[in-house]
Design a binder for this molecule. Sequence first.
Ligand code: C2E
Ligand code: CA
Ligand code: CA
Ligand code: CA
Length: 279
Amino acid sequence: AKEDGKGTYVVYDKSMHTAFNERMNIEKHLRSAMNNNEFELYYQPQVDIQSGLISGFEALIRWNSPTLGFVSPLSFIKIAEDSRLIIYIGEWVLRESCIFMKGIQDRMGIPYKISVNISIIQLLQDDFVEMVQESLAESGLKPSCLELEITESIFMESFESIVNKLQFLKSQGIRIALDDFGTGYSSLSYLQQLPISTLKMDKTFIDSLSEKAYSQSFVQTIIQLGHNMGLEVVAEGVEEISQLDFLRKSGCDKVQGYLVSRPVPKQEVVELLEPQKRY
Ligand code: C2E
Ligand code: CA
Ligand code: CA
Ligand code: CA
């Protein structure tokens, strides 16, 4: 609150005003971004730790706005969710990644997997399941090559209807990953009820590996928990060889991170695959 000069206080300050305007400004430009083709997908490889080979990619959206410049998904996804624009953006992301990965599979003769981030707003749509099935049908991608990444925020709303949708998709062979695992507030009992195939251990656990004494056993416990539940365990944000060595020794299934590669534009994906390096 600030003195307004007339002896009264107003609940308002300049930084709040600026943040609000910035949100409004982003939302305004977000509205035309789809039609203007301002979005692009980058792809970050995932490596199978046992073979050391790239087994798939995560699609990550990039927005280059002619007026705002590059805007991080960390700042615009939330705004896209609040304004429900994420429904259209997310549909484009899914269709585009399925088509792209089918092309890479055909070109390389290897069934690479594609992981796509899905917002809870999308999951809540009545036609979400249909939309996923259409994306597979039109691209020709096999269901087993598609992984949907969801976060623990799905625990907040309509839990049952969402679980039913995920259950159905999983029964069709589509994989479901729980993203940022360990950062939310999910309890282990929730974890048991969720129809998932993969645990994606959050980067913060990987970061802590070299710093905190107990973090190594913590990471090993998550890997064991996942395996006991029949899940694949993926580590995200792996930047150092020592982290990869530890994860390999601990039986983690896959790694993703700058150590292997940053997310790259689609033109650079094939360069990562030929010649195929072993990590
Ligand atoms: P996320 O799903 O947890 O994705 C991982 C983020 O970590 C990505 O940031 C990726 O570029 C970054 N990253 C990967 N490896 C490393 C590493 O070794 N070190 C560091 N420091 N960072 C690494 P990005 O691309 O900026 O995306 C941020 C978040 O935005 C994502 O986090 C995801 O929640 C959201 N997002 C991105 N694309 C989409 C999308 O198409 N749809 C939806 N709904 N959300 C998206
Ligand atoms: Ca993700
Ligand atoms: Ca994350
Ligand atoms: Ca995430």
